[in-house]
Design a protein around this ligand. Sequence first.
Ligand code: 13P
Ligand code: SF4
Length: 359
Amino acid sequence: APSDPDLVERARAARAALGSRAFVLGHHYQRDEVIEFADVTGDSFKLAREAAARPEAEFIIFCGVHFMAESADILTSDHQQVILPDLAAGCSMADMAAIDQVEDAWDVLVDAGVAESTVPVTYMNSAASIKAFTGRHGGTICTSSNAHVALRWAFDKVGGLGGTGKVLFMPDQHLGRNTAVQQLGLSLDDCVVFDPRKPGGGLTTEQLRDARMILWRGHCSVHGRFSVRNVTDIRAAVPDVTVIVHPECQHEVVLAADLVGSTEYIVKALDAAEPGSSWAVGTELNLVRRLAAAHPDKNIHYLDSTVCFCSTMNRIDLPHLVWAMESLVAGRPVNRIVVDADDAHWARVALDQMLALPG
Ligand code: 13P
Ligand code: SF4
């Protein structure tokens, strides 16, 4: 539905009053009404870099989810404030790894004698405390756009891909598996799933010793719903369709698709697509709808019409954005995201490692 014109007017007024004191970041999954006020849109990697590159902005208003705002707070200076317009905008995948579970998992690796040859690689979609754990243990953060580079770097630290070193990949098992198998050439047998709810992760010492990729048992509730059946059905229904999906989809879905990549990759692929070409997109609905509206000359389908919005991304709506901006104008900021100093230090070590990766 179109936004309330009074609210749009208030948003414009507040944005104008803030001027260059504020910088508004919008993730590709945000609602149109919010994207309209974003100074920059992007995937998680691009937005992290943008946040780090705005030292002049007093306020970074992050229209995205909690782990993204935490990362922005870690990457910006102390005098800058990062604001998340709705504090309830979390990520169900990030919630699947709690720091005490991660510490316990590491103890399991120590007991199995494999911790010394294991590097943690942690997906951006995780709490700051887990990023800090990663920094303390010599690992790196990655996003969906650089996971393959991060994995190569990590394996190089422990003897290379041809050796016996390992990666503990948290918390998205699918991104870890898809990247290791499709981009690094490891086999499915090299991957094991560590279930934090089971003693010892549900793995034997032998399985841990033989594994190259120890995948945390986490997944995205939105992307986990796309199936191979969706891909077969759309291919049958739409001639010459190109299927493009996010790497948080299950492995079989990624194998059945034609292209796989981050949200920014998907946006660029559709921008560059030929007029008249047909596409089926397997990612969050706000983005797919916006792409279809932006490219009326292309035939853009949703990979599964029963999969819908990311409910937490959707919590950031125009009323929350207006409330957050007006609070800044009034000098009484709401919803500031602050990571405690010790976690911020070590999480920054892991985030800086990601930013220093080649490419
Ligand atoms: P991107 O890094 O591709 O934007 O993905 C973030 C995310 O949460 C996908 O679900
Ligand atoms: Fe988290 Fe999935 Fe939503 Fe991305 S789409 S923020 S991974 S729940």
